[in-house]
Ligand binder design. Structure first.
Ligand SMILES: C=C(O[C@H]1C=CC=C(C(=O)O)[C@@H]1O)C(=O)O
Length: 445
């Protein structure tokens, strides 16, 4: 196992040099298709879209200090760097496992407890331009200029649009937890809640899927964009064998300077078939004592973790509507007192009770004892940070890890005192649906 502070980067031997220029807009999927792993794709619902390939540097961490190990290495790595600023600035992309003692085993080979890659080539699409950035770790500015020329020439040859391949098709899918095991897990959790040992725990299922053809993950992500335009989209492909991807509706945190934005998202009902039914379901969400409790615990925990760092404002609760489900949603903002790195916020907030539970240690123990699969990077922070410590992270839910003819999908529910195993079994089905549909030929639009 890696030592907790191992970062994979020797600052004494590293001087980053980056060069960038504006380029004509091209298909980001075409860019990814032509490059080997590692590959990343990130899109925030409110603007920034980035793809990256290759590795100028990689930071890894393990154990309870994995986020601070990565942060410290990232900070010193950029001392003396000669790199562009603004939208074209270099960024580290990656994420972490849900549990800090995670050890990669199938389907999570290639996904350590925490790892971030600084791509050698990055393309950034903002509202008004597309920027190409190349980065080298050897401080050779002349070579960086040449890399930029070469990459720009390759980009010139890429198409502006790329057709989306047919979905791979689903041959078989199977939850790795039986309905009986699920019911027993929930009943045991409810007993602990009634005994006062636990207030809430999020229990999840994995859906193991066999595909007809090999999956092209970036095409799957594109199909998901069409159905879930308001969600984040991410892909982390550390190797050509496997990619972790998803369309999470939930921002873990965004930090710009001293301003942090986060949210409490929890409590779920389906969408209605008609506007009237939809509104009635939204009312039932707002009026449900159980779902309100489930979400209030999330908002309170986030507020409590941010309060020592600055001035926190909790906005009014609303309903967040996605194509298949609706959630209770409370925006939260904070003006931070000190110079804070986004990974410090990630460390402070993860796991929120929207994916873990309360008290956190007991909930994590219950998750381990109950779940019949390895969470890996599911429900964990995934995103990027820059050399100033700004960045953005989503919660890796509505997600799957896939490669070749296999995909494993994940979905979980908050369990509180009055949770009913049958209702919760159906609800995880609703949350698994979007990715399953994007993989299956029957659901082609
Ligand atoms: C843990 C998941 O969703 C969380 C976010 C929103 C609503 C949730 C719920 O209704 O339980 C979960 O807390 C998931 O999608 O796997």
């Amino acid at each position: 196992m890696e030592s907790p502070r191992q970062t994979g980067l020797d600052p004494a031997e590293t001087t980053f040099v980056g060069r960038s220029r504006e380029v004509p807009d091209v298909s980001f999927r075409a860019f990814l298709a032509g490059r080997g792993a590692p590959r990343v794709h990130w899109a925030a619902p409110d603007g920034l879209e980035v793809v990256g390939a290759g590795e100028a540097a990689r930071l890894t961490g393990a154990g309870g200090e994995r986020f601070s190990a990565v942060r410290e290495a990232g900070e010193t790595a950029f001392d003396g760097a000669d790199a562009p600023e603004g939208p074209a600035r270099p960024r580290f992309f990656g994420g972490a496992a849900f549990h800090d003692d995670h050890e990669p085993s199938p389907p999570w080979e290639g996904f350590p407890p925490a790892t971030f890659v600084l791509p050698r080539i990055q393309l950034v699409r903002t509202d008004d331009a597309t920027h190409l950035t190349v980065v080298r770790a050897d401080g050779d500015a002349v070579a960086a200029e040449a890399d930029l020329e070469a990459a720009a020439a390759e980009i010139d040859d890429l198409p502006a649009m790329r057709p989306v391949e047919d979905p791979p098709g689903v041959v078989a899918s199977r939850r790795t937890t039986t309905e009986q095991e699920w019911a027993e897990g929930i009943e045991a959790a409810v007993e602990r809640i009634e005994a006062g040992e636990l207030r809430k725990v999020v229990l999840a299922v994995a859906l193991a899927v066999t595909l007809e053809e090999e999956v092209v993950v970036s095409d799957t992500l594109e199909r998901l964009r069409r159905s879930y335009p308001d969600c984040f989209r991410f892909l982390v492909q550390p190797t050509d064998e496997a990619g972790f991807f998803g369309v999470p509706p939930e921002r873990l945190v965004r930090l710009e300077g001293d301003h942090a934005v986060t949210e409490a998202l929890a409590g779920t009902v389906a969408r209605g078939e008609t506007p009237e039914e939809d509104a009635a379901l939204a009312d039932s969400l707002l009026g449900s004592e159980k779902l309100q409790h489930e979400q209030a615990l999330v908002a309170e925990a986030i507020e409590e973790h941010l309060a020592p760092l600055g001035d926190v404002r909790v906005a009014e609760q609303g309903v967040r509507k996605l194509a298949n489900v609706q959630h209770l949603h409370t925006p939260i903002e904070a003006d931070l007192d000190g110079d804070t790195h986004v990974l410090e916020l990630v460390d402070a907030i993860h796991p929120t009770p929207a994916v873990g539970g309360l008290p956190p240690e007991t909930a994590e123990r219950v998750i381990r004892e109950t779940e019949t699969f390895e969470r890996g990077w599911y429900a964990a922070p995934v995103g990027w940070f820059d050399t100033d410590g700004d960045g953005e992270f989503a919660v890796g839910i509505r997600s799957a890890v896939a490669g070749g003819r296999r995909a494993t999908l994940f979905a979980g529910n908050g369990i509180v005192a009055d949770s009913d195993p049958e209702v919760e079994w159906e609800e995880v089905g609703l949350k698994l649906e979007p990715i399953l549909a994007a993989l299956d030929t029957d659901d082609e639009d």
